[in-house]
Design a binder for this molecule. Structure first.
Ligand SMILES: Nc1ncnc2c1ncn2[C@@H]1O[C@H](COP(=O)(O)OP(=O)(O)O)[C@@H](O)[C@H]1O
Ligand SMILES: [Mg+2]
Length: 288
């Protein structure tokens, strides 16, 4: 592995056992994540982005979801074959994830402070109780939540969607992961809130030197945060390039089509007739 690569996904195949038998969802997915850089994993809804992130995190629903072949190499270990106990250690400590909807990840009946301190108790056992509260405050401050002292005693529903996502980012970063997987973290947020979260993520990455996998279907977001891009279509990576080449010199027809979806502010609005939905019927794994 080249030494600037922190995570290497190679020929990953993941399938689900369904009532109609096994259905393969990932068909040999390969990409590298570089140290301190952000890889964008981009593609339409249903193409397999979240299944890829769940495969990396070892969070596929068991016993139905399984990686059936391929490797996920991190620090010379293959996460696919890592014992569950080591995978448990890895999650949060080395590789963390944030999701689209923080409300499902936060527990509605506990205060923000309690939940943050629980994470710290689990992953930073060296901190004493008093230090944990102090550290939780620092984390909220780091993700630019105003009046962090007050927020610690509030419940998730007291916070706006953007503030909740900042709390999730604080929790993910509390353990100083090497790699942060962001699965459509700003999709549910309105555009201005999204922009401020993306700016925060860029700043935090610069400060911590962590790597990110940024999952999105939004090419505008890709342009904001990614260094490298892997374009995914129907469970396959169809194109990989640095972010400039993806926009300036896309190779694969699907990438070109994705770019056609982008509003171009300099020219006339694109005619609707240009936008052809992808024909998913040719891929039996697309259901519903
Ligand atoms: N638990 C599951 N059981 C069966 N199929 C699933 C399951 N989770 C996801 N899939 C299928 O895997 C494919 C990719 O889904 P997903 O990775 O969630 O797409 P996205 O790119 O939108 O994140 C979809 O066809 C979806 O139906
Ligand atoms: Mg998804």
């Amino acid at each position: 592995m080249m030494n600037d690569v922190v995570l290497s996904v190679r020929n990953l195949e993941t399938e689900f056992l369904t009532d109609n038998g096994p259905v393969k969802v990932l068909h040999g997915v390969s990409f590298d994540v570089k140290k301190g850089k952000t890889l964008g994993l981009v593609g339409e809804s249903g193409c397999g982005k979240s299944v890829t992130s769940m495969s990396i995190m070892g969070l596929l629903p068991k016993p139905y979801g399984n990686v059936v072949s391929g490797e996920i190499i991190y620090r010379n270990k293959d996460l696919v074959t890592l014992p569950a106990s080591e995978m448990y250690e890895m999650r949060g400590n080395n590789i963390a994830i944030i999701f689209q909807d923080p409300m499902t990840a936060l527990n509605p009946v506990h205060t923000i402070g309690k939940q943050l301190m629980e994470v710290l108790e689990l992953h930073r056992p060296e901190l004493a109780k008093k230090e944990r509260r102090q550290y939780a405050l620092e984390m909220l401050d780091k993700v630019k939540i105003p009046m962090p002292e007050k927020r610690l005693d509030e419940y998730p529903h007291n916070l706006s969607g953007g503030m909740r996502q900042r709390v999730m980012i604080a929790m993910a970063l509390a353990c100083k992961p090497d790699i942060l997987i962001c699965d459509e973290p700003t999709t549910a947020l309105d555009v201005t809130v999204q922009a401020s979260i993306l700016e925060l993520m860029n700043d935090l990455q610069e400060e911590t030197g962590m790597s990110m996998i940024f999952i999105t279907h939004d090419l505008g977001v890709v342009a904001e945060v990614c260094d490298d891009v892997a374009v995914m279509y129907a469970g396959k990576i169809v194109e990989k390039a640095d972010v400039f080449d993806i926009f300036d010199n896309p190779q694969h027809p699907y990438t070109k089509r994705l770019l056609g979806f982008m509003p171009d502010l300099d020219s006339e609005p694109k005619q609707l007739i240009d936008i052809k939905p992808v024909d998913v019927t040719e891929f039996p794994e697309f259901r519903g």
